[in-house]
Design a protein around this ligand. Sequence first.
Ligand SMILES: Cc1ncc(COP(=O)(O)O)c(C=O)c1O
Length: 415
Amino acid sequence: MDIFDKLVTSKSPLGHFAHIKEEGYFMFPQLEGPIQPRMRFKGREVLTWSLNNYLGLANHPEVRKADAESAAEFGLGYPMGARIMSGNSEYHIQLEQELATFVGKESGLLLNYGYQGIMSIIDTLVDRKDVIIYDAESHACIVDGVRMHLGKRFVFPHNDIANLEKQLQRAEKITAETGGGILVITEGVFGMSGDLGRLDLIASLKEKYQFRLLVDDAHGFGTMGETGAGAAEYYGVTDEVDLYFSTFAKSMASIGAFVAGDAGIVEYLKYNVRSQIFAKSLPMPLVIGALKRLELLRTQPKLRENLWRIVDALQSSLREKGFNIGVTKSPVTPVLLYGSGYVAANLMLDLRENFNIFCSGVIYPVVPKDVIMLRLIPTAVHTLDDVNETIAAFEAVSHKLKNGLYSKEQLIETV
Ligand SMILES: Cc1ncc(COP(=O)(O)O)c(C=O)c1O
């Protein structure tokens, strides 16, 4: 049998949607123009709510300048090689130190990508004697990291702390026999629902159980907490989070990631995280660009204030108009509607074509059958007018949805 046959014919759950309307419309859409709320899609201006550019740094003039100047000075090749061999620089070290200090930790380690970085960290932290316990709604990169683990792994229903406690008791019995330890993994902000991981409650379990806590705070870094240091700061449990991880792909509007913790464990990671020791280091423009982003994030609280002004306006207006936005406590704003996949496609088409609103839509199997989740990501560079325009559009499409206008079998060009 040709190994490719089943793959090409089955397409996979996501591949299945490739040709709804046409590829490039719902899947792999191309937004054009500078990264800002108003961008171009298929030749028209659309109001975008689907970029994790929380603080608006992607197109910030100082950021663009730092990116351009460092690219001109160093190019994208510099430094060549893995950091452990030849690809280190004073800027890489400076960035690690500044990130660690900002999130209240002793040491930090840069990672080239969030996804492979956290997978590799999980892989580095455990051996077959250890037990991993993780939240059921964890991001794919955590799930994939856990999949590499050769020992026992237990999952607890999302934020179900009583169940987590049961898993800790199970894990303790196992580690008492194997001589291993326990690693608990959760997220600071869950990127789909906007819910926060209950870091406060998880941290309090440390009084009864011995475990280490790794938190992926991809959506919390820069958005949550008094200074933007993330969900651990928000809950006041910086010390109880043993390893704090975030990507640069959201608030930092770039590529790269980091992990921070006590100096001893970070030193171990530095010499053992396989995705870093066997890979070329982050290019200099990304490192210098990250230093500039971090400086703005730290010194310009206005960015976070603007973000939260838009978040509060958007979420309170949606609630006032009767929309179900779930349990979000962060900028991530899901709007939960009901209908089949076809209904969802028709509704999103109408939003894009006739209301010029571009947001992401999530349907089964990511959410339960017949749930349509429109996911809005407010940013510091949206305006209150953008919010009002969007609320009016959402009211109009939800009215049409209730009246069955999107239930036709075929995708409608205009409604
Ligand atoms: C919670 C979470 N962790 C990790 C990642 C992966 O980060 P990266 O894009 O840097 O690979 C993402 C998505 O970007 C994410 O949402």
